[in-house]
Write a protein that binds this ligand. Structure first.
Ligand SMILES: C[S@@+](CC[C@H](N)C(=O)[O-])C[C@H]1O[C@@H](n2cnc3c(N)ncnc32)[C@H](O)[C@@H]1O
Length: 229
């Protein structure tokens, strides 16, 4: 079994023997996920597109945000997005792609909060949409992102969480970002922990405007790409 590994903030990660890489930063799994995907992804998207004057307000009508995650892994990003959405009265339509699902036994060992929600996410059937709780709809595709058709142009936020270019060069290519760009709505954002120059240039060549922003502890920068037209 894939045993949990503690990271510096106390939260667990896993190690992929296949890719010889950890699923999260050893400086803190929850800390990294929260910084990259929630604070600089979901929260930022809401501030730019939903909430007037960049205020986090709970006085707006619930609005559904369409999220795509590449690399569902432990489900930590989905879980933190769920928590954030609950706290801010957002509805999420969450689509996750994962080629190598982890076992339920491995999930049970993880020390993440709201384990019952996490278990529901993992127990959900592949390819079948499910309402995890009111306002959080999940669909998981057991698929290779390289072959996944992504026949929509409605994703508003993409959590791009593949293993790094050192391990999976092909998942950071121009053709992947062209495909993701086509699957995005106008004003959509893609966030990732990776800040490599070649990745940034591939995103730009695909049409995204790309910002380098401060990364989580242990990482100087991360990338946020926006589809402006
Ligand atoms: C960095 S880990 C993801 C971490 C995950 N977001 C989490 O919070 O645990 C990368 C994930 O991408 C998955 N993956 C690798 N190659 C893939 C592919 N070609 N298509 C879809 N998923 C893939 C891996 O199995 C792994 O779960």
């Amino acid at each position: 079994m894939n045993s949990p590994i503690p990271t510096a903030d106390g939260s667990h990660t896993l190690f992929s023997h296949q890719f010889q890489a950890h699923y999260h930063s050893l400086h803190g799994a929850v800390q990294e996920s929260n910084h990259v995907f929630i604070q600089n992804g979901l929260k930022h998207y809401c501030q730019k597109n939903l909430w007037a004057e960049s205020k986090e307000t709970i006085n707006h009508n619930p609005r559904t945000i369409n999220i795509l995650e590449m690399g569902f892994g432990t489900g930590l990003n989905a879980l933190l997005a769920y928590q954030y959405a609950q706290e801010h009265r957002l509805n999420l339509q969450y689509t996750a792609i994962e080629l190598f699902p982890i076992s339920l036994e491995a999930v049970k060992e993880l020390n993440y909060p709201q384990k019952e929600i996490l278990m529901q996410m993992h127990q959900a059937d592949w390819e079948n949409p499910i309402e995890i709780s009111k306002g959080f709809d999940l669909i998981k595709h057991n698929d290779d992102i390289n072959n996944s058709p992504l026949t929509t142009s409605s994703f508003e936020l993409i959590f791009y969480d593949a293993f790094s270019p050192a391990e999976q060069t092909e998942l950071w290519s121009l053709s992947i970002f062209e495909k993701l760009y086509a699957a995005c709505a106008i004003q959509a954002m893609l966030v990732t922990y990776c800040a490599k120059g070649v990745v940034r240039r591939n995103m730009q060549a695909a049409g995204f405007e790309v910002e380098r922003i401060p990364g989580p502890p242990g990482k100087r920068e991360m990338l946020r790409a926006t589809k402006n037209s």
